[in-house]
Design a protein around this ligand. Structure first.
Ligand code: FBP
Length: 262
């Protein structure tokens, strides 16, 4: 049997990717109320939880902290990013090379693309180089596929999210991360549109335990391969509790209600 293409960041073909690039994408405001998490070590510790199949971070965190965790955590190198200070057309420039990420011990490469923006042609070209470099290194590629720009009036519309997953497949991503298109049917359509590429749900801003877990449950029932989540885990007072519950919903096919009852 051939190995699942995302095996380095998955368990039984499913992934829970803890995303922690918010210091760059959202800035210190994202840490309001959980200031202790400004210390990346706290989040690397969370990523040692059994439920977490990979931790997605930028270069600086990988350089400074990953060496102490490389035998406990799988590294998903988020190789581009932008700050919320930038007010121009959405564009996410490359921040480190695939070769350097591989040198630091990356198990997979992550890259954001904003289809629909005026920078789409540039971002597609950037992604081409990254995807081909990842193939050279034998690393799977996860695309954060986030449609934006003037033509996108509602970025979570079912057709828009299905287009986002399809773009991931077409451009050679192994795993495509998209925002929740608001229903299980729409998620199932997005999974179908992705063909052989895996689709994972993007966590979004923090919600209640039940709301978050039941969205994950619906997405899993619709064929998603897991999730890539940041704020809904590391902004919580009890990240371990939500990871315990997520493990049950994603890997043990339990309902959100059951998982919360434990
Ligand atoms: P969340 O689960 O916190 O939404 O994180 C997932 C993520 O894709 C991060 O990797 C990224 O920093 C953030 O969302 C981007 O969020 P937004 O699209 O709201 O700027």
């Amino acid at each position: 049997m051939t190995e699942h293409r995302n095996a380095s960041i998955a368990r039984d073909g499913k992934s829970i990717i803890l995303a922690h690039d918010h210091g760059l994408e959202h800035g210190p405001a994202a840490f309001e109320g959980v200031e202790d998490r400004l210390d990346p070590e706290t989040v690397f510790e969370m990523a040692t939880h059994d439920a977490v199949t990979a931790l997605a971070v930028q270069k600086g965190l990988a350089e400074q902290y990953y060496p102490s965790y490389d035998d406990q955590v799988n590294l998903l190198a988020k190789c581009n990013g932008s700050s919320s200070l930038w007010m121009g057309e959405p564009y996410s420039p490359q921040t480190w090379s695939v070769e350097y990420a591989a040198e630091l011990g990356a198990d997979a490469i992550g890259y954001t693309v904003y289809p629909g923006t005026n920078t789409e042609p540039q971002m597609f070209e950037d992604f081409q180089e990254v995807q081909e470099a990842a193939r050279e290194e034998g690393l799977p590629v996860a695309m954060w596929s986030y449609p934006r720009g003037q033509a996108i009036k509602e970025h979570r519309k079912p057709e828009t999210i299905a287009y986002a997953t399809r773009i991931g497949l077409e451009l050679g991503a192994d795993l495509v991360k998209v925002k929740y298109p608001r229903s299980g049917d729409a998620m199932a359509h997005a999974v179908d549109a992705a063909g052989a590429a895996d689709v994972v749900l993007s966590g979004g801003s923090k919600t209640s335990d039940y709301e978050f877990l039941s969205t994950v449950e619906t997405a899993m029932d619709a064929g998603a391969s897991g999730l890539a989540v940041g704020r809904n885990v590391w902004q919580r007072d009890d990240p371990e509790g939500i990871l315990d519950a997520l493990e049950q919903v994603v890997f043990e096919e339990r309902s959100a209600e059951d998982a919360l009852d434990q």
